[in-house]
Structure formats: structure tokens, C-alpha cells
Design a binder for this molecule. Sequence first.
Ligand code: SAM
Length: 213
Amino acid sequence: MRLRNKPWAEDKIKQYPQYVVPEPEKWRGKWRELFGNSRPLHIEIGTGKGRFIAGMAEQHPDINFLGIERQPSVIVSALDKLIEKELGNVKLLNVDGSRLRDFFAKGDVERIYLNFSDPWPKKRHEKRRLTYRMFLKLYEDILVEGGEIHFKTDNQGLFEYSLQSFSEYGLLLKNISLDLHNSGFEGNIMTEYEEKFSAKGQRIYRCEAKYRN
Ligand code: SAM
């Protein structure tokens, strides 16, 4: 994500606590109270400018969504979408995904979306990839039993790495697509990166990985 410095971003985030949750630690194990209902909770890590999470919330009013993005200058674009759409079932967290255990107890989350995660192609940066085994353990610690990760990317190398990482961790792989946009998959919500890369003719890879516990 190319970052444009927006020095005003943090102030704007603070002005919308109804959309960017302040002190998310407070809601650990209690997200249903924050949303005011007991619908399932789906989270996206690396939400970027928020097209996916806002579109999913619109398409699935029966699900609560949280978009997690660590860059204030990026999450403000997602915030703008939520302000415009006025949806009650989606909020944002301006935090680092590596701290998920601080914000979610075991079973708080039904599904995790990873979309166009940074590929970190150098071997020495493997631990930063959001599909590295340490992240898979982190996800297991907050998901319901049998919870799922839904992953899509344009990056073949990251996709191959992730399939292997999921499989070595013992996850059950489902609905693998090597060309999502020509796969007949229904209800796909395009992310900003997805739109950019598919417009350049790049294929989109997708899979679902389910914990067996
Ligand atoms: N998902 C969006 C899309 O498809 O358009 C954005 C993709 S962009 C390549 C990756 C985003 O993930 C960046 O905005 C980055 O700041 C965010 N990100 C990367 N690692 C993260 C982490 N550990 N916690 C929260 N956000 C993260």
C-alpha cells in the first residue's frame, strides 16, 4: 500500500468512535455487547481502504464485521466509506493484527478474511506473512471451533506458500480457485487491490482453510 502521509488521520479517527473502536481491549469476549446482538463476527486483517469490509457488511446484514488495519493514513479511507454507508454491522480497529489475542478471546470470531496481504517475498521476512504458522496459531486462539480463514491474493508465490503453510498446520483446504473471476464464485466483493490487479489482467487466487478442532 503506497502511503500518503495524512497528519490529520489520527484526529479524524478519534472523532468517529462509533466506527473506529477506541480501546478495543475492553470488548475482548464481549463483542456481541458492542454490536448489540449475537450475530456471528467476521474480521478482516489488513483492511486497507475498506471496500471489501464495507461491501460485505452491506451484502450480509446478518453478520457483524470488523476491519483491522494498522495504518491510520489508510484506515481513514475505510472510515469514509462507513460514514457514507451508515451501516450498523461494521466497525474498524486501528491496530496491528499481531495483537489479536489482546482484543479477542477464544471463540469471539467465526471467520477471518485475508485479502491481498503483503507478500514479504524475502525468506528472512517469512514471519511477517499473515499466513505464517505463528499467525495461524494466533487465529486458532480467537476463532470458534471449526472456524475458517478465507484468503485471496494476486501473488502466486504467496498463494503457493500459504497453501503449504495451511496444509502443514493441519487445516482443511476448500474451494481452491486459481482464477477466481472465471470460477463461477458468487457474491465476490472486490477489494481495492483486486480491482487494480485484475484490471491489469492478473489472475486472482482464492482458497478457504478450516480449522479441524
Ligand atoms: N486488503 C486491502 C486490499 O486488498 O485492497 C489492502 C491490501 S494491502 C497490500 C495490505 C494492507 O494490510 C496494508 O494496508 C497494510 O497496512 C495492512 N497490514 C499489513 N500487515 C498488517 C498487520 N499485521 N495488521 C494490520 N494491518 C496490516
